[in-house]
Design a protein around this ligand. Sequence first.
Ligand code: PA5
Ligand code: MN
Length: 196
Amino acid sequence: MKLEPFGIPLNLTEIQALAGAQAGVNKLSQVRGYFADPLEVSRILQHADPIIYEFTALRKYDENAGLSLGITVIYPGKVGDEFYMTKGHFHARSHDGDEVYYIREGNGRLLLLSHAEQVKVLEMSAGSILYIPAGWGHRTVNVGQDKLVFLSVWPSSTEYDYQSIVDNGGFPRRIVERDNKILAVDNQNYRGSKIS
Ligand code: PA5
Ligand code: MN
């Protein structure tokens, strides 16, 4: 798709109104396997299927050059002690590019995992930018009481690898609330090293 020039306020409604925008909604039933506590997932799903996050993108599929962009909204909430989060992915191929996030609203954490299994956890707060070098898997987590809203910009040619995250059992850390503290704790389900 060839994008026309535009300038819009940074929110989901505005980007969704643009021609070619692709909106996606991730409800708990669709991302249930990403959370640590299956019993808690089942308990919530007995009476509701909350939206965990929405992501709308403008992608330039037919070009190898250029940029794509998207707006993510992660809603506030937890499954047990684990905060709502995105699925997370790697940019699949060694020549796939970097990514930049600009945080518009809210507070969160960016979980990063390198191919060498180095782990980083960065703070996300309104007004900040975060830079994700190629090769680092990334997942975002809303640790606040309000929505976490951010812009992402990446090379249009990028391909995504979600499967490695699933095969690894997630990221090495989980972001949880315990005793009113936000903590990055070890993920007991992490199996590691299965990065395709
Ligand atoms: O490219 C990115 O890193 C973001 O735009 C994400 O795709 C977005 O936040 C949704 O997360 P995920 O793609 O992991 O479901
Ligand atoms: Mn990405």
